[in-house]
Design a protein around this ligand. Structure first.
Ligand code: SF4
Ligand code: SF4
Length: 159
């Protein structure tokens, strides 16, 4: 309940759906399709400090466990430490969003996850340019730290 990164668009940009669950889910969410695959985009409209359609949630959601949850279940990680990791990610997201507002980047994506993918491409394009300010350099560093934390602790990379 303290986290929600797999529903609010932090870790994941979209969730793929199985054909047979579409009739029920069409009543509950906006479903997109591309190349014959159905999915919904994150942040999920049904996330509100927990899943508001829990008993009918998609299979992918029901089966998903991030690295942090697996480590907790396998008793490799203590609960308080897991909460601390979640809070570090939240703080890092806030720091990145503040810098994004200052630098006035125009990112098109809805989810934090896809915004970071867009941002990485933009920053990579400009990395060699002398126009990078201290704020840009700090933003790149924040992104790298967040990606490293998500990869190591949650098992999912932003890129
Ligand atoms: S701990 Fe992992 S599985 Fe649980 S809400 Fe956060 S990202 Fe999702
Ligand atoms: S349907 Fe529920 S579990 Fe799945 S992403 Fe949305 S809020 Fe999370």
């Amino acid at each position: 309940m303290s986290c929600g990164f797999c529903c609010d668009g932090t870790l994941i940009g979209y969730v793929q759906l199985d054909r047979e669950e579409l009739p029920v889910l069409r009543e509950l969410m906006n479903i997109e399709d591309a190349n014959g695959k159905e999915f919904f985009l994150q942040p999920c409209d049904n996330y509100c400090d927990g899943c508001s359609i829990y008993s009918k949630r998609p299979k992918q959601c029901a089966n998903f466990k991030c690295g942090l949850l697996k480590s907790l279940e396998q008793k490799e990680l203590d609960f308080d430490l897991a909460i601390e990791m979640i809070n570090v990610v939240k703080q890092k997201k806030i720091a990145i969003e503040k810098k994004l507002a200052t630098l006035q980047f125009e990112l098109q994506s809805q989810s934090f996850h896809f915004k970071m993918v867009e941002l990485k491409k933009l920053l990579q394009k400009n990395k060699s340019e002398s126009s990078l300010t201290q704020n840009h350099i700090e933003l790149i560093s924040d992104l790298e730290q967040l990606d490293s934390l998500l990869s190591k602790k949650f098992g999912i990379s932003l890129y």
